[in-house]
Design a protein around this ligand. Structure first.
Ligand SMILES: Cc1cc2nc3c(=O)[nH]c(=O)nc-3n(C[C@H](O)[C@H](O)[C@H](O)COP(=O)(O)OP(=O)(O)OC[C@H]3O[C@@H](n4cnc5c(N)ncnc54)[C@H](O)[C@@H]3O)c2cc1C
Length: 151
């Protein structure tokens, strides 16, 4: 029996876990680990930022999406990856041994690489994460109260 672990419950990780479960015989175990309890359809964040859709409408509960389909779901942030021992450690102190690993944890945002960029102390807003899209929505609604120039 092989244990296949997928890190990341987003646009890459969730379909990967589905495909693996679909393709692999039942004796093999598929586990999805995510630090967020929900799947977010990231491209939908643009509509959230423009107040055209509530965030909840582009999110789904990961446990509900995985466990009824025979995929084990583990909540936790992967903080250590030991490729020699093939062991993953999460921030909840879980240690998981894997035979095969798929990683889909998106690109890291590095706003601080450019002075003035990004929503944390910079000028622009971002729609890259749910938190950023909600911040951008607040700023957009405030802007609509008293519109002016926008880039
Ligand atoms: C506004 C916007 C619009 C877009 N529109 C399009 C489009 O039209 N077409 C297109 O092809 N692409 C589009 N993209 C790009 C697309 O959304 C990304 O390429 C895609 O989401 C990347 O998939 P992913 O699985 O790597 O990351 P995500 O979908 O972001 O998922 C990453 C997952 O990994 C989890 N995670 C991260 N780190 C850890 C960790 N250490 N431990 C456990 N879990 C972790 C996160 O919680 C999350 O669940 C858009 C992106 C944005 C921001």
């Amino acid at each position: 029996m092989a244990h296949v672990v997928v890190i990341g419950g987003g646009l890459g990780g969730l379909p990967t876990a589905y495909e693996l479960r679909h393709l692999l015989p039942k004796e093999h175990q598929v586990t999805l680990i995510s630090d967020k309890a929900q799947f977010t359809f990231i491209p939908g964040l643009i509509r959230v930022a423009l107040n055209l859709k509530p965030l909840a409408e582009i999110q789904l509960d990961l446990q509900t999406l995985t466990e009824p389909r025979g995929i084990q779901y583990l909540a936790g942030k992967v903080i250590v990856l030991d490729p020699e021992q093939q062991i993953i450690t999460t921030d909840r102190k879980q240690q998981i041994h894997y035979d095969y690993l798929a990683i889909s944890t998106v690109a890291s945002l590095t706003f601080d690489a450019i002075p003035g960029l990004g929503p944390h102390g910079g000028y622009p807003h971002s729609v890259c994460t749910p938190e950023h899209a909600l911040q951008a929505r607040s700023a957009w609604l405030e802007f609509l109260e008293n519109p002016g120039s926008v880039v």
